[in-house]
Design a protein. Structure first.
Length: 343
C-alpha cells in the first residue's frame, strides 16, 4: 500500500467508515469461523467459503478487468496458485482446523503475529539485515504466544495452537512470496482468483481427509450457517472491498492499524457474543502480542517519517536517488502486506 493516498474523495468521512468496516468485519471473521466449524467440517467450510466468494467477486470484476490485454497469463495464474495455497489453504485452512479446538479470540491473537513473521521471512528471503526492532518484536511475539499457550489459567489445546502458529507462518510466507512473483494488475482480480484456487484446493483436501463423509447437511446448525454466510459476504467480499478503498484514500499509517485492531475486536466479540473467557493468559499474552505488532508496524512508520525529515534540503543527487529507491522498495513491501481475501 502506498505511504500516501492515491485517490482523493469529496466525502472525507467515507474512507474512515471503510477502515472501521475493515476493523470490525475482519476482526469478526474469527468468531465466524468458530461458529461455522461447530457443525461443518473445517476444510470444506473454508473451501466452499472461498469458492463462493471468489466466484461472485470474479463475476463482478472479471468482465472488466480480466479480459483482453488484462487477461491473466499462465505465469500469473501459476503465481496466483502458489500464493493461494500458502495463504488460503495452509494459512486460513489450517486456522479453520485449529479453531475447532480454540476460542476465536485466542486464535486471533496468535494470528496477530503475522506482521512479525512477515518481516522475518522477508529478511531471510532477501538476505537483508535483521534489525534490533525485528529481534525485539520476535521475542515479544514468541513470549506472547507462550503465555497464551501455557500461562496462568491456561487451558489451551496445545496442538491446535501450534497448528495456528504454523498457519500464521504460512500466511506470512505467502504474503512475502506475493511481492516476488508476477500477478494480475487489478487487486480484486488477484483476490478473486486466489479465492477460487484456494477454494478448489481446500475442497479437494477435505474430500481426501474424509470430510464429506462427516458432513451432515441436516445437522448443520443455524449458528454455523450464519457464521458461514458472514464469512462469505462480510469477511471475504465487503471487508476486502472496503480495505481496497481505504487503502487508496487514507495514509498508510492509518490503514496499517488493522493489524493490531483486528485481534482486539476479535477478543471483544468472542467475549461479548460467544461468552469466551478473558483469562489472565489471554489478556496478558494478547497485550504482549499486540505490543509486538505495534512495534513492527509503528516502527516502519517512524522510520519513514525520520527518513523524510532527514532528506529535506539535501541537494545531493546520489542521496536523492537512494531515497527514491528506498521509497520504491517500501511501496513494494507495503503492497505485499495487503491481506488477500481477508481472514
Amino acid at each position: 500500500m502506498p505511504p500516501e493516498p492515491i485517490l482523493k474523495t469529496a466525502r472525507p468521512l467515507l474512507p474512515w467508515l471503510a477502515l472501521v468496516t475493515v476493523w470490525i468485519f475482519w476482526g469478526s471473521t474469527y468468531l465466524g469461523i468458530r461458529a461455522a466449524v461447530d457443525t461443518i467440517p473445517p476444510l470444506l467450510m473454508a473451501g466452499f467459503r472461498y469458492l463462493l466468494a471468489g466466484a461472485v467477486m470474479f463475476a463482478v470484476v472479471g468482465p472488466r478487468h480480466a479480459r483482453g490485454e488484462q487477461r491473466p497469463t499462465r505465469r500469473q495464474l501459476g503465481s496466483v496458485t502458489v500464493v493461494a495455497v500458502l495463504m488460503l489453504v495452509c494459512g486460513n485452512g489450517l486456522l479453520s482446523v485449529g479453531e475447532v479446538h480454540l476460542d476465536s479470540g485466542l486464535a486471533a491473537l496468535i494470528v496477530a503475529t503475522v506482521p512479525v513473521w512477515m518481516v522475518l521471512v522477508n529478511a531471510a528471503v532477501t538476505r537483508t539485515r535483521i534489525t534490533l526492532t525485528m529481534v525485539l518484536a520476535l521475542l515479544l511475539g514468541t513470549t506472547g504466544v507462550a503465555v497464551l499457550m501455557g500461562g496462568p489459567g491456561s487451558e489451551v489445546h496445545v496442538g491446535a495452537a501450534a497448528l495456528v502458529v504454523f498457519a500464521s507462518l504460512c500466511w506470512a510466507t505467502g504474503s512475502v512470496q506475493a511481492r516476488r512473483v508476477t500477478l494480475p494488475k487489478h487487486p480484486l482480480v488477484v483476490t478473486a482468483l486466489e479465492m477460487l484456487v484456494g477454494g478448489v484446493v481446500l475442497i479437494v483436501l477435505g474430500a481426501l481427509t474424509g470430510e464429506f463423509a462427516r458432513l451432515d447437511l441436516g445437522a448443520v446448525s443455524g449458528r454455523s450457517l450464519v457464521g458461514f454466510l458472514w464469512l462469505v459476504v462480510a469477511g471475504s467480499m465487503l471487508a476486502f472491498t472496503a480495505y481496497v478503498y481505504a487503502n487508496a484514500t487514507l495514509p498508510n499509517d492509518a490503514v496499517a492499524t488493522y493489524a493490531y485492531v483486528n485481534p482486539v475486536v476479535a477478543v471483544a466479540l468472542g467475549a461479548l457474543i460467544d461468552g469466551e473467557a478473558l483469562s489472565v493468559n489471554v489478556l496478558l499474552g494478547g497485550a504482549v502480542i499486540v505490543s509486538a505488532v505495534v512495534l513492527i508496524v509503528g516502527g516502519k512508520a517512524l522510520t519513514r517519517r525520520l527518513g523524510r525529515r532527514s532528506g529535506k534540503g539535501d541537494g545531493d543527487s546520489v542521496r536523492t536517488d537512494e531515497r527514491a529507491e528506498e521509497r520504491a522498495e517500501q511501496r513494494t513491501e507495503e503492497r505485499a502486506e495487503s491481506p488477500s481475501g481477508g481472514r
